[in-house]
Structure formats: C-alpha cells, structure tokens
Design a protein around this ligand. Structure first.
Ligand SMILES: Cc1cc2nc3c(=O)[nH]c(=O)nc-3n(C[C@H](O)[C@H](O)[C@H](O)COP(=O)(O)OP(=O)(O)OC[C@H]3O[C@@H](n4cnc5c(N)ncnc54)[C@H](O)[C@@H]3O)c2cc1C
Length: 281
C-alpha cells in the first residue's frame, strides 16, 4: 500500500525539529519501523521531521557515565570502543539487531521509541540501569529505562517529544552480557536476556537481570537477581534464578503459534544461564 500523503522536512537542530513537529507529525530517524507502519497505514502522520542528520543527536561520549545520542545508529554503538568498555551488553545487543543494513540505518532512539517487544536494546538498557533523556516543547526530562517501557509498543514518551540521548552508568567494573534466541527469519528476539553482575571474589555482590522478546516489554527481573546475589553462581543458584525468572516475567509473557508463552518462558531460563556464562567468560 501507499502511505497517506505527508510533508517532509529535514531538521538541522533539536530546536528546529521540535518547532516543526506539529500536532500530527512524526520524527523520522532510520525509518525502518516508521515507514513500514506508514505503508500499512498503521501510522498516518501528516508531517515527517527527519532527525537523522542532527549532529547533536549522533555522538557517543564517555565521561564517567556513558552518553549516546538518540540518533546514533546500532552499527555505531556496536562498534564503539567506549560502549564496549562501559557497557558490553548494550554493544552486544546493538550488534545483534537485524542485519548490517538494518544496523546502519536503525537508531537507538527510534528503536526504543517504537518499543517493539522483540527488540534487543531495551533489554540491555533495563538491565544496565539506563536513563532516557527527553526534550519537548515545554522543556526536558529524564526517565529510567525501567519506567520508560510501559507496555506493548507503549512508552512514557508523549506526542511531540524527542529522545535526545540515553545515558548509562559505567559498568566496566561489572560483568555484563546480552544473549538472544533470534527468530530464524527476521532475527528479532524470540527471547533476549541481559545480565549485569558485580562480583566480589567468587561471590556475586550485585545482580541485575532483564528479559525481552518473551515479554510485551523489557522486564526487570528482581527475583532472579535476588537468587544470584550471595551465591558463587553455582548450578543450584542458576537453577533457583531460572525458576524465579519465570515468576518475574509471568504477568508480561507474550507468544504466538510458533513460539508460545510456555516455550518462551522456558527458553528465558535457558538463556539466563547462557547470559551469566557469557558475562563470566
Ligand atoms: C528487517 C528488519 C529487521 C530488524 N531486526 C531487529 C532486531 O533483530 N532487533 C531489534 O531490536 N530491532 C530490529 N529491527 C528494528 C530496527 O533495528 C530499528 O531500530 C527500528 O526499526 C527503529 O529505529 P529507526 O531509527 O529506524 O526508527 P524509525 O523507524 O525512523 O522510527 C520509529 C518510531 O520512533 C520514533 N522516533 C525515532 N527516533 C526518535 C527520537 N529520537 N525521539 C522520539 N521518537 C523517535 C518515530 O517517530 C517512529 O514513531 C529490525 C528492522 C527491520 C526492518
């Protein structure tokens, strides 16, 4: 199908993008989710404001905390030495998005604004305690990733608001990883698990766990994390964490005919163990 008729404008600054967006406009970043939705007329904006060439939205910097521009591409993030050092789980998640062409155009801001349940980066952002920085006509605000993702394709973002950057605490003293079970055709996550572990000698002093793909949104898994803390990540602790994980995600599970909820829940436990193994190696 053809999209509904719309106007197109390329913005060269955050201010000009916010001024141009109007009541029924949409920001255009990589276009990998918005344009297919427009062709299906699931989305019918009358104005597209292209933010992909705004330099202020493109940078990646590391100064204590890691800061990633809202329009940084998955490829840029996956290849960034700063992200690889401060938050390997996010670099891994971005490196597993789709294929190279998707990673070259798709952006972190577009990915999280779209909030597809099968996306990879949200799971890493929730596990690693990211903060989403947002600017609108009335000013700027910041939201924790855990609160940003509300439900299926639903975020805390309001109409006309722009994700300017995503910041993360430096996790370089943690062991963190993201692993996924990819859909064989689309490469989207059937199940994705991210862990961020702080070890003290051989004992797990702090753990953060998140699951996506199996769930309608990226879910922080406090029960699984609690089962890991104080353990040496031995088999008994991993089994307890996998059991707790199925309770953590129980209310949020999603599925389809090919990969039903019970299968995804079981695979989340399997991939939790793989994530811990990847983080520890
Ligand atoms: C074939 C294919 C395979 C894919 N596989 C995967 C995968 O395996 N894993 C995965 O995670 N993703 C996958 N994706 C999604 C892709 O990675 C993009 O991240 C995603 O399409 C959205 O990013 P975008 O930059 O293209 O956003 P767009 O399509 O341009 O925009 C999407 C939505 O976000 C809004 N938006 C964009 N930027 C901002 C901003 N800065 N602030 C506020 N709102 C904004 C837009 O207005 C729109 O509503 C795949 C996509 C395709 C086409």
């Amino acid at each position: 199908m053809w999209p509904q008729q719309f106007d197109y404008q390329r913005a060269d600054s955050v201010e000009s993008a916010l001024a141009a967006i109007g009541d029924n406009g949409k920001f255009l970043a990589g276009g990998h989710s918005l344009l297919p939705a427009m062709k299906l007329r699931l989305s019918t904006p009358d104005q597209l404001v292209d933010i992909s060439r705004i330099d202020a939205l493109r940078g990646i910097s590391s100064n204590g905390n890691l800061s990633i521009g809202g329009a940084a591409t998955h490829a840029e993030i996956a290849a960034s030495a700063a992200v690889g050092a401060a938050c390997p789980a996010l670099a891994q998640a971005c490196g597993m998005v789709g294929d190279q062409a998707v990673r070259n155009f798709g952006t972190l801001g577009g990915n999280i604004a779209h909030a597809d349940p099968a996306s990879d980066p949200p799971t890493a952002l929730v596990a690693c305690g990211a903060t989403i920085h947002i600017q609108g006509a009335d000013g700027s605000r910041s939201v924790g990733a855990q609160d940003f993702f509300v439900d299926l394709f639903e975020t805390d973002l309001q109409d006309g608001e722009l994700i300017t950057s995503i910041s993360l605490p430096d996790c370089s003293d943690c062991q963190c990883a993201y692993v996924k079970l990819p859909h064989p055709a689309s490469r989207y996550a059937i199940v994705g698990v991210a862990v961020c572990l702080k070890m003290n000698g051989g004992t797990c002093a702090q753990a953060d766990v998140a699951v996506g793909g199996a769930t309608v949104k990226a879910v922080k898994c406090a029960g699984a994390a609690a089962a890991l803390v104080g353990s040496s990540l031995d088999d008994a602790a991993l089994a307890a964490a996998a059991a707790a994980l199925s309770d953590d995600i129980g209310d949020w599970l999603t599925g389809d005919v090919a990969y039903p909820e019970a299968y995804r829940s079981a695979m989340a436990g399997v991939f939790l163990k793989r994530a811990i193994s990847a983080a520890s190696s």
